[in-house]
Design a protein around this ligand. Structure first.
Ligand code: ADP
Ligand code: ASP
Ligand code: MG
Length: 437
């Protein structure tokens, strides 16, 4: 069985939903994971914002406008009155339910319920459409098998047991559809796998059912060697090692959510990134094969903060780094890049919510300084230290750009530079020119 995930862009209109149904019906039953229609989750976040700030009128206004859009989609999607009615009944009750939250106390429990409605709507709409076409399709409710534990991590044993039992119960169907992103937590409340989490759903399900392949369908032709929104003449990368994809996912190549790699890698299931607009294009395949000596891609992550602590006490001392790291741990803030010298250490973080506390605590160990509005630019590929020359090529591309820190050696797949946000575009372009053209 294949797991096929379609992102918001791929189900973003009635016509696109129709196109998707052309791709998912094959000789073997596939399991299809759908995101919410593009823009919907953002709108649901906006609604929750109004409800949190006790502005029910604005929330109802946005809900009303969203409902109108969905009614229009229904008009375009179905040809029989029966299917139209089924879809409208479902949507009407969904929007009524959402509106009912305007009258009550609003907490994160209600927020998660509202955020789940986008995937519930898109999957029902596509299922009704397939039923109208006479396909024997089964909608598997993600809330019946996707679960996270008390740490927010997926409960892989539970998922495996439940999803396989559901598939067995509905054996013989032509096709299975389920919601990406949404799940239940250890209190059995509705929850989610964080923004962009539908990719994660697909890979968790792929691992749970031992799928032949996990396909992530989006609106562009696979992972590109640089951000196509910034750099001209990028080209698709046809093959990535799981480790390379993990590095790229983290460093902001948004096409694949970083959490999605681990379950697939562990279960050794290849992941393919495919293009809904060009279904026959080869896309990008991610698996455990290496491509010796190849540099694959460049990616960037903005709004990074660098923190330096200098201390003469660090000289020849042991235990200094532990004390520094414990401060970050106590504020549940993860460190991304790190560089050390004999008397100083610089770390980068992207979550600055606890920055004042961290800085205050660090000050008892040395002189602290901070650089904000920085950007990590990362070159990804086979950079085993025994290969020669790749560092020089990457450095050469950065020759005119002020570089705050450089990190290499943490993995054999990545070299990272910390620069100013303002220099990001320049750096991405220069790296593309020097490494790929
Ligand atoms: P979906 O709705 O299908 O999940 P996303 O919005 O999550 O789609 O991500 C896909 C988008 O990420 C693409 O449309 C593309 O513009 C953008 N993107 C950013 N960096 C890259 C890259 N290196 N390669 C390909 N796409 C990228
Ligand atoms: N709909 C969710 C989001 O927009 C999940 C996803 O699309 O992957 O974040
Ligand atoms: Mg996505």
């Amino acid at each position: 069985m294949k797991v096929m995930k379609f992102g918001g862009t791929s189900v973003g209109s009635a016509q696109r939903m129709k196109n998707v149904t052309e791709l998912i019906c094959g000789p073997q039953p596939n399991l299809v994971v759908l995101s919410a229609m593009s823009g919907t989750t953002n709108t649901l976040v906006e609604i929750c914002g109004y409800l949190y700030s006790k502005n029910p009128d604005s929330a109802l206004d946005v809900i009303g406008r969203l409902e109108k859009k969905y009614r229009q989609h229904v008009e375009e999607l179905y040809s029989t009155e029966e299917a139209k009615k089924k879809a409208l009944d479902f949507l009407t009750s969904t929007f009524k339910y959402m509106a009912s939250f305007a009258k009550q106390l609003f907490t994160s429990v209600e927020e998660k319920i509202i955020l789940a409605q986008g995937e519930l709507m898109s999957t029902h709409m596509v299922t009704f459409y397939l039923q109208e076409k006479g396909v024997n399709v089964v909608l598997l409710p993600a809330l019946d098998f996707m679960k996270i534990d008390e740490y927010g991590e997926p409960d892989q044993n539970y998922i495996k047991e439940k999803v396989n039992a559901l598939l067995e119960k509905h054996a013989g169907a032509d096709l299975y559809i389920t919601q990406g992103f949404i799940c239940r937590n250890c209190q059995d409340e509705v929850d989610n796998l964080q923004r962009g989490g539908s990719d994660y759903t697909a890979s968790l399900i792929g691992a749970a059912i031992g799928a032949d392949e996990i396909q992530i369908w989006t609106d562009i032709d696979g992972m590109h060697n640089n951000d196509p929104r910034i750099v001209d003449n990028t080209s698709p990368v046809r093959h990535l090692h799981f480790e390379e994809a993990a590095e790229l996912g983290y460093f902001g190549a948004k096409i694949l959510h970083p959490t999605c790699i681990q379950p697939a890698k562990f279960a050794n299931i290849p992941v393919k990134l495919l293009n809904t607009m060009q279904p026959d294009a080869p896309g990008t395949t991610i698996d455990n094969r290496e491509d010796p000596g190849q540099i694959k891609a460049v990616a960037a992550k903005e709004n990074i903060t660098a923190i330096t602590i200098k201390s003469s006490r660090m000289l020849l001392a042991y235990g200094f780094l532990r004390k520094v790291f414990e401060i970050f741990e106590s504020y549940q803030t993860s460190i991304d890049m790190i560089c050390t010298s004999e008397v100083g250490v610089t770390m980068s973080i992207d979550d600055t919510r606890h920055l004042p506390g961290i800085l205050n605590d660090l000050k008892s160990y040395g002189t602290v300084s901070v650089d904000k509005d920085m950007c990590i630019v990362s070159v990804v590929g086979d950079m085993d230290w025994e290969n020669v020359g790749f560092e020089a090529r990457a450095m050469d591309a950065m020759r005119d750009i002020p570089v705050r820190m450089i990190s290499f050696g943490g993995s054999s797949y990545n070299i990272s530079f910390l620069i100013k946000n303002d220099d990001k575009v320049r750096a991405l372009k220069s790296l593309s020119a020097k490494l790929f053209n």
